[in-house]
Design a protein around this ligand. Structure first.
Ligand code: ATP
Length: 779
């Protein structure tokens, strides 16, 4: 039965001592150093772990007093993945070794998943024991095979199988090394640490012979099988341009740039098994000039290492287990039972228990003789490096690919958790022509797509950052450490959205134009969009029909507020409704639909090429004028916030000096007029000059600086940025079947009900048409 460890009282006898103490990173800091209760239920206790993108905290359910873990990810991140991870947890729920999720939602600008609380991970434990006995490693590997088998049976592949993603139960504490004081040859005191063996830890400290493990972190997981057709995804055979997962445990096929399939997950388990038994791998600890060089070197080492050399001293079954996945084809289903047989056969008396002879001669080494193994591995590694150096010298390539020994200019590959920039692919400079609504731009877009095709972009590759129309500035966001980190790592570490979300739409990215990709051209003239008046939009849009895609009819007043619906046999159609709420809201934006559509079996994307005029800058000294000229008050005294509690179009207004909020529906007629000389009235009586309002997503977090910047980024950006909602109350799926909402920068005028006549008729190059609400560009 699936056992869970989500509450202290459900744990083992030594429940009082377990918990977060296993993790040295535990800080006892709750978010913002104050009591934080998430969703009125989960009291944050302290941080217990973190990965490249997520942070994990221990929380207590204040209603039941049970303990859980919460993983959070900032919603500002360029490529959020917790949402997908939650979806993956749902898909694989109920399996042995899969933690249960209890809540998913947004809090304080973070996506959060509450799940069963677990303990130290396999990597931690291996690091803290002197050696791991064969039967223990075999048992753990068998559990991993079964967990991965379950996940594969649900149509999903993990793509990041590594020791750090297998966790022991929460009642298991990280083993501590025993401190031993002694004297060195000069009589000086020396402190050494003696680690226990794994068996000692399990039996003596944890009181369990064979602890259970649980898999976590499905941020990179994706479907290997199309849930609609039940067949392997057609695109998944393509080459990927950037590698996914953790280099140390990546399969050779992934190193070669092939898409992940089930065989790669099980090959990674083989490397984990070797790591557990040997304590290291020949390619552990290597340094490289850049991550690409590191991945390349690891690939070379993996390919050059005879597994029989590596497995010397280990039972034959280990070798069989490691080599078996390498023989699998892309679509092959691994024979999990056979893999477990190899493992079980390793145990004394088993069918695969013969010990493999060491290539260095002499007796076979015992598996717990760590020093000898380390020495032999070092020799092996040296030998391989020497051979490689020699090869390079012969080819006159020495030093060209990061294989020099200048360690100062290198970084440790072990630090590299995810993946590589596609540094071999030349970046395509953004072309201004691409954004133009002209026939020329259509053809240049096609050229770019064609170029991209030549670059072997695969269906499960995150391609956003390589989008030719997406200039580098798109990544510039110094305020967001997560983004700058992503940048420094090569922007396509975290793949997943493509593969992960069949049936959902990701409005971002660049796509390749291959058989299953459909393109729809947009007519060359979209005068109404360019002019962007609020009311008169006429879509003279032409569609190019390719292959089996259906055309979408436009009936004059459409907005990209569409929903997709699947018709028959793999054909999707766009339904456009006639409302244009979002586009209408943005009179000061120039929008050009220079779009292409891509359809794959499972996803569809929209690329909105957008040219926006510079966002209007608020001028703090702008004033409010009351019609009739009674009084003038600095607009900065007023703040406006969307009423996030109501999540509707009403706004609250704050008169700074008077304190207190006043909520209005669509007017500001009830302002506290006693405090100031303000006179308010019905819509139409107050004039507004630009920049008068300051928008706040919540009562606390000013957005004023942020929003214009975001808007400027839209100048270049992919549409998903527009879909990001700053409000913490936004729980809407980013993959929902809607087009991205246009967040109006100047929604104040419309939403507040304040008339925008008079002075407000001019906004940074735009002006109201005399006598009408329509906007037109200044000439
Ligand atoms: N349910 C849990 N209970 C206790 N600790 C957890 C739990 N989930 C994760 N952790 C700890 O937090 C660490 C980071 O979690 P996780 O791997 O999910 O984050 P990540 O950012 O996705 O990591 P990665 O860099 O591998 O992608 C894990 O290695 C583990 O030690």
């Amino acid at each position: 039965m699936h056992s869970t460890f989500h509450a202290r009282d459900q744990q083992t006898p030594n429940a009082s001592t377990y918990g977060t103490s296993y993790d040295s990173t535990h800080t006892d800091l709750s978010i913002n150093s104050r009591e934080v209760i998430i969703a009125d239920q989960w009291l944050v206790l302290g941080k217990i772990g973190e990965g490249s993108f997520g942070e994990v905290f221990e929380v207590r359910d204040i209603h039941t007093n049970k303990y859980y873990a919460i993983k959070r990810e900032t919603m500002k991140i360029k490529r959020p993945q917790l949402h997908d991870e939650n979806a993956m947890y749902e898909i694989i729920a109920g399996g042995e070794g899969i933690p249960r999720c209890h809540w998913y939602g947004q809090f304080d600008g973070f996506d959060c998943i509450v799940m069963d609380l677990l303990g130290p991970n396999l990597g931690h434990v291996r690091h803290n024991v002197s050696s791991m006995e064969l039967d223990i490693a075999v048992d753990l590997a068998c559990q991993m095979v079964s967990i991965v088998e379950h996940i594969h049976n649900r149509g999903v592949i993990v793509r990041d199988v590594k020791p750090d993603n297998f966790l022991f139960p929460a009642n298991c504490q990280l083993p501590e090394a025993e401190m031993v004081e002694s004297m060195d040859e000069f009589g000086m005191p020396v402190t050494t640490y003696k680690k226990s063996t794994c068996r000692q830890v399990f039996t003596e400290q944890w009181g369990i012979d064979k602890p259970k493990i649980f898999a976590v972190d499905f941020g990179l997981a994706c479907y290997w099988r199309d849930p609609e057709t039940g067949k392997a995804h057609p695109d998944s055979k393509k080459h990927i341009r950037s590698k996914t997962g953790t280099a140390r445990y990546a399969s050779i096929n992934v190193h070669k740039g092939r898409s992940h399939s089930r065989r790669d997950d099980v090959e990674s388990i083989g490397y984990i098994l070797l790591d557990l038994l040997l304590g290291t791998l020949p390619w552990t600890g290597i340094h490289a000039k850049n991550s690409k060089a590191g991945w390349d070197r690891m690939r070379q080492l993996k390919m050059d290492t005879f597994m029989s050399d590596l497995c010397a001293g280990l039972p034959q079954g280990v070798l069989e287990f490691v080599e078996y996945p390498r023989s699998l084809q892309f679509t092959d289903q691994p024979d999990y039972e056979k893999m477990r047989r190899f493992l079980q056969g390793c145990l004394p008396g088993g069918a695969y228990s013969d010990i493999i002879k060491s290539p260095f001669g002499g007796e076979a080494k015992p598996t717990d003789n760590y020093d000898i193994i380390q020495l032999e591995l070092k020799q092996l590694q040296q030998k391989q490096l020497e051979e490689q150096r020699q090869r390079e010298l012969n080819h006159g390539q020495h030093g060209n690919d990061g294989d020099n020994n200048d360690r100062h200019s290198m970084f440790a590959m072990d630090d590299l958790t995810h993946q590589l920039p596609a540094s071999t692919v030349p970046e395509i400079k953004p072309s201004s022509q691409v954004r133009k609504d002209s026939a020329a731009s259509q053809s240049s877009l096609k050229k770019l797509l064609k170029k991209n095709k030549a670059k072997k972009v695969g269906w499960n590759t995150w391609k956003h950052d390589q989008a030719p129309w997406n200039p580098k500035t798109d990544w510039t966001n110094d305020e967001d450490p997560a983004l700058s980190m992503a940048k420094s790592w090569g922007d396509d570490q975290k793949v997943g959205a493509w593969g992960a979300s069949p049936g959902r739409q990701d409005q971002n990215g660049l796509w390749d134009q291959s058989k299953d990709v459909k393109e729809a051209g947009w007519g060359n003239t979209q005068p109404s969009w360019n002019a962007a008046p609020t009311t008169h939009q006429t879509h003279t849009v032409s569609w190019k029909k390719t292959e089996d895609i259906k055309e979408t009819n436009w009936d004059g007043k459409q907005a990209p507020n569409d929903s997709w619906r699947k018709k028959a046999d793999d054909i999707r159609e766009t339904e456009w409704n006639n409302k244009q709420p979002t586009w209408n809201d943005t009179p000061c934006h120039q929008q050009a639909h220079n779009d292409t559509w891509r359809k794959t079996d499972v996803t569809m994307e929209t690329k909105w090429a957008e040219t926006l005029p510079p966002a209007p800058q608020p001028t703090p000294d702008d004033s409010w004028k009351v019609q009739g000229g009674d009084s003038i008050k600095p607009a900065s005294s007023y703040q406006r916030t969307p009423d996030s509690s109501k999540n509707d179009k009403r706004h609250r207004f704050k008169l700074e000096n008077s304190g207190g909020w006043q909520q209005q529906d669509d007017t500001i007629s009830n302002f506290d007029t006693t405090n100031t000389s303000w006179r308010t009235g019905q819509p139409g009586t107050v004039e507004q000059k630009r920049g008068s309002w300051q928008s706040y997503p919540t009562d606390e977090a000013p957005l004023q600086q942020h929003r214009p910047q975001q808007q400027r980024r839209h100048h270049f950006s992919q549409p998903h940025q527009r879909t990001q909602q700053p409000s913490s109350t936004n729980t809407k799926s980013r993959y929902g079947d809607e087009a991205p909402e246009q967040r109006p920068y100047r929604s104040d005028a419309k939403n507040s009900g304040v008339s925008t006549q008079g002075d407000a008729s001019q906004v940074d190059g735009w002006q109201r048409k005399p006598g009408s609400n329509a906007w037109q560009q200044k000439r």
